[in-house]
Ligand binder design. Structure first.
Ligand code: ADP
Length: 373
């Protein structure tokens, strides 16, 4: 949780001429709010990162260059932050001057222009309103931090649970295998059926746990860009793992020249494995699967496309299928955990790419994803 520092609610005052700054500070302090007077615009720009509730500045103290510097600082602020600026404009200016300055200040986003002379009550009300808005921003920051923490805890829990469950599950598989091997003869048909069900359930749980682990691990992809790897290697490794399904379905798989991409090979392999695996699984009964893997440059990205001639997907499911545990079929129709595409989405988004599908029922599907080049 975030604890607010006192400087985050202070009013920064920039009013270098005459007694303006002292009078403004007096008005602000009468609200029980701390104020800090800065002598010139550069000092304001240096003070802002230390925390600010509201900035109260006179128009003439801020040049166009200072506005650019402030805008550049604002652009690096986190999304929840939108600090208010109250600008006291000189009286009796031409319409042209006021319009030009209003246009310049607009890049600050959260700004209010007030023409002088200003009454203390007006200053009090705009400062109070500005601080109130700023408080709400801090509340959002605090909630966001709590949510991120809760999410990280859940991820850790899912990771530990799927990791720790693997060992007892392995024992169930080993001992049911031994039971079958050494005592299979003494079991009647009903007993043998039960034992087979134990084996099938253990195998399904093994797949579920492996997918859950892959899903949680995809969130720990580091931010820095890894060395580029040849996408062809990742595809070949994925196809090697799918060899049984490829042979069983008589699938034809083609891949055009694939580039080198800045990803961990294991992540790219996982993408190909899930997408080509689905293309094999969701095939039409009448035709053997025909699958192509291609890549083209699209601006700053590589665009990969895995196209199949399978059963296709209706428009209303084209987004939902990327959610966790979202399946359009029962396990009886097609085996699966409903996690494959969620894992793909997570990996692609961690690399700042996008994944989507273009498809029509009965007309095959194109799964497309981008990865920064
Ligand atoms: P799973 O295959 O384990 O069910 P996925 O997350 O990989 O889980 O896919 C979610 C759903 O999207 C699938 O249940 C299926 O209905 C649909 N789907 C995925 N890939 C294809 C495809 N290539 N063709 C048709 N439907 C697909």
């Amino acid at each position: 949780m975030y604890r607010r520092s006192p400087s985050e609610m202070r009013v920064l005052i920039l009013a270098p001429i005459g007694r303006d700054a002292a009078l403004l500070a007096q008005t602000v302090e009468s609200l029980g709010v701390k104020s800090t007077i800065v002598p010139e615009a550069n000092a304001l720009i240096q003070e802002l990162p230390q925390g600010v509730g509201v900035s109260l500045v006179t128009d003439e103290a801020i040049s166009t260059r200072h506005i650019h510097e402030l805008t550049s600082w604002l652009s690096k602020e986190p999304p929840w932050s939108d600090p208010p600026f109250i600008i006291l404009t000189p009286s009796g200016q031409t319409m042209q001057y006021s319009q030009r300055r209003a246009q310049e200040f607009s890049t600050l986003g959260n700004f209010t222009l007030i023409e002088r002379p200003v009454r203390p009550e007006t200053i009090e009300s705009v400062v109070r309103a500005g601080l109130r808005g700023r408080m709400k921003q801090y509340e959002i920051r605090s909630r966001q931090a709590a949510l991120l923490q809760a999410n990280a805890d859940l991820e850790q829990f899912a990771y530990s649970a799927s990791h720790d469950l693997k060992e007892p599950l392995r024992n169930i598989r080993v001992f049911s295998g031994l039971l079958q091997k050494e005592y299979g003869k003494v079991l009647d048909q009903r007993g043998a059926g039960f034992l087979e069900m134990v084996g099938t359930a253990a195998l399904r749980m093994d797949t579920l746990l492996a997918d859950l682990l892959a899903y949680t691990q995809a969130s720990s992809i580091p931010d820095e860009r890894p060395e580029a790897v040849p996408a062809r290697h990742a595809l070949d490794a994925a196809l090697a793992n799918l060899v049984a399904a490829i042979q069983e379905t008589n699938a034809e798989i083609s891949a055009a020249d694939l580039p080198r991409v800045s990803m961990r090979e294991s992540h790219l392999q996982q993408l190909f494995q899930n997408l080509v695996g689905n293309a094999l699984k969701y095939r039409r009964e009448c035709d053997p699967p025909r699958i192509s893997v291609t890549s083209t440059r699209s601006g700053q990205y590589w665009l990969f496309c895995i196209e199949d001639n399978g059963i296709g997907i209706a428009a209303e499911f084209r987004e939902t299928i990327f959610g966790l545990f979202q399946r359009l079929h029962t396990s009886g129709q097609y085996s699966g955990t409903g996690m494959g595409l969620a894992i793909c989405k997570r990996i692609v988004e961690r690399y700042r790419g996008r994944i989507w599908v273009e498809s029509e029922p009965g007309q095959g599907s194109k799964f497309l994803f981008t990865i920064p080049a």
